[in-house]
Design a protein around this ligand. Sequence first.
Ligand code: VG1
Ligand code: CO
Length: 538
Amino acid sequence: MKIKTQPIEGQKPGTSGLRKKTRVFMEQHYLENFIQATFNAIEGGTGKKLIVGGDGRFFNRQAIQTILKMAAANGVREVIVGQGGILSTPAASHLIRLNAADGGFILSASHNPGGIDEDFGVKFNGQNGGPAPENLTAKIFDATLTISEYQLADAADVDLQEIGTAQLGAMLVRVVDPVESYQSLMESLFDFAAIRDMFAGGFTMRFDAMHAVTGPYAHAILEDALGAAKGTVVNGIPLEDFGKGHPDPNPIWAKPLMDLMMSEDAPDIGAASDGDGDRNMIVGRGAYVTPSDSLAVLAANAHLAPAYADGLAGIARSMPTSAASDLVAKKLGLGSYETPTGWKFFGNLLDAGKVTICGEESAGTGSSHVREKDGLWAVLLWLNILAERKQSVAEIMMDHWQTFGRNYYSRHDFENVASEKAQTLMQRLAAKLPDLAGQTVEGMRIVSADEFSYLDPVDGSVSENQGMRIAFDDGARAVFRLSGTGTQGATLRLYLEQFAQNETDRAPQEMLQNVRKAALTISEMQTLIGRVEPDVIT
Ligand code: VG1
Ligand code: CO
């Protein structure tokens, strides 16, 4: 069937796909327009093979049925779907690569809450398994502006509960176990025997799946394959509303895990992952590891895991991520790259073999094994390193800082700021940047200030306006950026960093006080948005 429709405004993909309130996605033609626009942008579906799955949030299965019918009508040859509509983002990326598929739709709003009154999202990943690059998301957006009809097969729903195959018109639908091939991939990367021995020797862990997609993966890999005690994985059943929580693995939203790790009863390691399983949080007994530090430690120790025994090709981080991983790259004599926020910018570097490990300050780390960040992968790499080094997380962190110095780091989020106010702040700051170098603010001397623009070294594309950064002469840095994943008002992110070569055991917020004051003064935050206290500090 060809169904008449009209362009719907606001279907511009952000940092990671299109995210909106679930009720918006449920409006007539909303999801269909975006999916058809994607087919139009990739020159149709004829003969293609796609992967489809999501994080299990409310509307996931219904959206998948619509996508299947649209794929069939657009001439797609085969779709592989996770059983129950479930696929973590990294597992979907792996399935695209494993099956040499043409791409895939991943349904998730990641760390945003789920439910009929919360958020839903869709992203399209390409042949390499990675998020659509900017030139493709731009084409998709253009297609949403001119769409006049979409194609839909007039067919019954496919049973997603049973593993097996079904026909949807001429299209083959294969329902697969969401965990199996991902687990095999993890077994091929890490020393499962060494990790199993560590657990058998009494090593303890808590993994908080936050009622999101990694529950089944963590049960199968940590408890069943690696022998972690039953009960290691908590909140392991994916729920449509994530138990009403924010499935965002950070000290704020994973507070019960943090409380346990800071208590007398703490196990050896605590970990958590987000809605779609691509983020990770790592906490040792009494020792929270910031994601920027985690990236640096993983890069410095990756050779202890079989897949990385020959060393790394290079390391990439997003611009707001701390420079801790740059120091590792320097010491190891590796290339290091600074990209805009969002995993799509790592794809070219990974495809070209320029980097092996990538990471973001927002709790995302990953490697060349897929083209997405990968929460459980990071946890398993940590476990592999712990099994080899036979030290605690806290000892490994201390040792790392003593070797490299410490990049104190924190992100302050100001949520639900009126969009015009946030825009005004960003515009005024941008106007000031050219004159900042050389000035001293709140006792801090500015050495450089600019708006980050990225020249992709592989395809030569340029991405402008990727955040403003101000560097100070004592190794401090402040970065301002507007979030591209929110669904309400604007979220202003202030990223703070302070390097210290020798003082490695101070409280982070205390070490960041001066750079914070300078950042607030330079941006006139109090005057322009009426507050300086953030909603979330990570
Ligand atoms: C945030 C993070 C960014 C991450 C993105 C998607 O984007 O800052 O590092 O890549 O979320 O992650 P923004 O534009 O809100 O700052 V996920 O796990 O939500 O797909
Ligand atoms: Co995510």
